[in-house]
Ligand binder design. Structure first.
Ligand SMILES: *Cc1c(COP(=O)(O)O)cnc(C)c1O
Length: 387
């Protein structure tokens, strides 16, 4: 039986997959089981931040596997301590809790926000404002936090306590920010929602309106963080530090890890027994994460990411079929004049290029290490398809 048939016989059909069996990768190029090569402008949804099987990353990960692959969180490991030190420093935060995915990082953030408020003010101040068109994950609670009706189906009852505000609508935020609210949670650039950056004025308003009420700010940087935007955190482009930041996707170069970081205010909220994760802070994932930080926390590397983002935008705007380009750094949304994003993604596959879609846009999240030659080669394929 071929792989696709075997797969579909045994794996739950939760994804619409392309008929392609991915086999291996090197640098910014993926290969399928027939040896066909693809320039990767998707990096596993912004996850393979250093490309495929980066040498230094692979060496560090393999060395860690051979040293100690896991221990329980009853004990300490040096590699988790090192990673936590460097991650909190890069993010400008105090403390971190490690989990294994974005949804888990957001669950942790939601628990911290509610407990912070409960500890200080008692019951009744548990609501969290999130934005319309946001995406925060697939668990029941993070689906509940997600501001899109299509996700609020089948799995009733959902977790209560989420209030949706229209992105960039300061009046809507003012109206809903009452004394039942303990936090506002937002993506600086809505990823799944269509690669839309928030207005600077709206982000300013979130901070101005929440501060006097001791309402926490939670930045979901699961897709935008760890260098993707050309800064370590996308929030750094907006000039604010949130109380809580969540990271995942690109954090460990393709190994499963999520992290919830807090500033001083919330650093002591979670105490022994209030939260945990068997695999959280796994040594192999931390070793991979340390290699990612060697690049993604380096200002010169981040400047390169920003420059490559600008280069992408300039080249893409020269394609007549391109209506506009959104996002920041190497997080890119492309609005097309007449063609459908889904059709373009399929055609790209046939022509040896991997791209993503988000709502009606073609979405690019290339590895942060992509070279100008590969950008040119990939854009040439895209331009050809869009003719
Ligand atoms: C991908 C994503 C998540 C969910 O992450 P998982 O690792 O799939 O659980 C949450 N928030 C944002 C902004 C994301 O892009």
């Amino acid at each position: 039986m071929n792989t696709i048939d075997k797969f579909n016989e045994h794996v739950m059909g939760t994804y619409g997959r392309y008929p392609l069996v991915m086999d291996s990768g090197s640098g910014e190029t993926a290969s399928d089981e027939n040896g066909k090569k693809y320039i990767d402008f998707g990096s596993g949804i912004g996850t393979n931040s250093l490309g495929y099987c980066n040498d230094a990353w692979a060496d560090a990960v393999c060395a860690q596997v051979r040293k100690i692959q896991h221990t329980s969180n009853y004990y300490y490991t040096k590699v988790q301590a090192d990673f936590a030190e460097q991650l909190t420093k890069a993010a400008g935060m105090e403390k971190v809790f490690f989990g294994n995915s974005g949804a888990e990082a957001n669950e942790c953030a939601i628990k911290i926000a509610r407990k912070y408020s409960f500890d200080k003010y008692g019951k009744g101040r548990h609501n969290i404002i999130t934005l319309v068109n946001s995406f925060h994950g697939r668990t029941i609670t993070t689906l509940s936090a997600t501001g899109q009706d299509v996700f609020h189906n089948y799995f009733f009852p959902f977790t209560e306590g989420f209030i949706f505000v229209k992105a960039n609508d300061i009046d809507d935020l003012k109206a809903k920010l009452d004394d039942t609210v303990c936090a506002v949670m937002f993506e600086h650039i809505q990823g799944e929602g269509g690669v839309n950056a928030l207005d600077k004025e709206f982000v300013d308003a979130i901070y101005e309106l929440t501060a006097p009420k001791d309402v926490l700010t939670i930045a979901d940087e699961i897709q935008t963080g760890v260098g993707r935007s050309g800064k370590f955190l996308a929030g750094d482009n907006f000039g604010h530090k949130p109380d809580i930041v969540t990271l995942a996707k690109g954090i460990a170069g393709g190994l499963p890890m999520g992290a919830c970081l807090t500033g001083k205010k919330c650093a002591g909220v979670l105490t022994a027994g209030t939260h945990g994760s068997t695999f959280g802070g796994n040594p192999v994932c931390c070793a991979g994460g340390l290699e990612v930080l060697k690049k993604a926390a380096d200002p010169a590397f981040l400047d390169e990411v920003a420059k490559k983002g600008e280069y992408f935008r300039k080249k893409l705007c020269e394609i007549p079929e391109v209506e506009g380009v959104s996002g920041l750094g190497l997080m890119i949304g492309i609005t097309l004049k007449t063609k459908k994003a889904g059709d373009v993604a399929k055609a790209a596959l046939d022509n040896g290029l991997l791209v993503l879609t988000a709502k009606e846009k073609v979405r690019l999240l290339p590895p942060l290490t992509i070279s100008y030659e590969e950008i040119d080669a990939g854009i040439a394929i895209l331009a050809d398809i869009l003719k």
